[in-house]
Design a protein around this ligand. Structure first.
Ligand SMILES: Nc1ncnc2c1ncn2[C@@H]1O[C@H](COP(=O)(O)OP(=O)(O)OP(=O)(O)O)[C@@H](O)[C@H]1O
Length: 319
């Protein structure tokens, strides 16, 4: 399925004044795959998306989409790319059809083709029934779906989605990802998506890159990233603790050098560690000695969310 790379970045840097928004970023996205770029606020996700969309120029390095250089082949690249940013770009004062017609004309598509493709996409995105209503009456989720339908009008080979589910409720997010997965399968579109919500794309993404402070921290399939971490997750639930007890436990855990990250709440604690069994035994002994009434404990393999937390707490903080 993935016989070649659709997007290739080689040592790409972008600076704003003294700020390096991207710092020698290199990555490859396989054709037809769903690639997730994950990182906290200010990591460089939108900057990278803008460069891929030919809306911003890199200061250094090369970026190719379908073997076309995004700097010297802007017009060809634009024909191959559809993009949706965080802010909706649809006109609230028009209907979905009016928005589609305007966008289709801007792409230079013939009216009959716009109508045919528009109807297909409106049905795919479950907007056909309301396609003659003013977009101003749509919910945020509906507007977002229309945005993406429009970015797919010219059948792009690559769809760039910059935080497409920001501000959507959980149900709309699930529906949204179902549609995107279907588009990827039906049309073979390569999907490059940035998000904060790791859990959303965990099961969808073919590969994930973690970015912070403009640098790629790691790249791999979700499984590879979890395996590389080689960590366990410990969860211990207990009867509600007072603040003084929480502080004491916090102090004890902070001294355990095999613990890579931890979170203590009044009724439970979670720890990520490379030595699960050993730390669990030590911790249970300590808690029992401290008269904590334990309800249950669990030892599991770390999750992709743990990979995120560890990368952005540890490596991210170093930079
Ligand atoms: N036009 C600009 N002028 C100056 N600085 C900028 C500009 N655009 C981005 N930056 C800076 O570059 C860095 C990366 O920003 P970017 O918007 O790419 O991050 P992001 O990962 O998309 O963040 P968010 O998740 O908050 O959208 C940030 O420090 C940001 O302040």
């Amino acid at each position: 399925m993935y016989d070649h790379f659709e997007i290739v970045l080689n040592a790409v840097s972008k600076t704003f004044g003294k700020k390096a928004a991207l710092n020698k970023v290199s990555l490859k996205v396989k054709k037809g795959s769903i690639f997730g770029l994950i990182g906290p606020n200010g990591a460089g996700k939108s900057t990278l998306t803008s460069i891929l969309a030919t809306l911003s120029l890199p200061n250094e390095g090369t970026v190719k989409i379908s073997d076309l250089d995004v700097v010297s082949k802007v017009n060809e690249v634009r024909k191959k790319v559809g993009v949706t940013f965080q802010q909706t770009t649809v006109f609230s004062t028009g209907t979905a059809w009016e928005n589609i017609l305007i966008a289709g004309k801007m792409y230079g598509i013939r009216t009959s083709k716009i109508m045919e493709r528009g109807e297909h996409l409106l049905k795919e995105f479950d907007l056909f029934q309301v396609s003659n209503d003013l977009v101003g009456t749509y919910s945020g989720g509906m507007k977002r779906k229309l945005d993406i339908a429009i970015s797919l009008l010219h059948k792009p080979e690559v769809l760039l989605l910059d935080e497409p589910t920001a501000g959507l409720d959980p149900e709309s997010r699930i529906t949204f990802w179902k549609i995107i997965t279907k588009i990827s399968q039906d049309e073979g579109t390569t999907i490059f998506v940035t998000t904060h919500y790791l859990e959303e794309i965990h099961h969808l993404a073919t590969e994930i890159a973690l970015i912070n402070n403009g640098k790629i921290l790691d790249i791999g399939t979700p499984k590879e990233l979890i395996n590389k971490l080689a960590a366990d997750q410990i969860e211990i639930h207990y009867h509600k603790l007072d603040l003084a007890s929480i502080y004491k436990i916090e102090e004890y855990i902070s001294d355990l050098k095999e613990v890579v990250s931890h979170e203590i709440k009044p009724t439970a604690l979670t720890i990520i560690t490379s030595h699960g069994q050993q730390i669990l035994s030590e911790l249970l002994r300590y808690l029992i000695q401290s008269n904590v009434e334990i309800e249950f404990s669990e030892l599991k393999q770390a999750t992709l969310n743990d990979v995120y937390l560890i990368n952005f707490n540890e490596k991210g903080a170093e930079q």
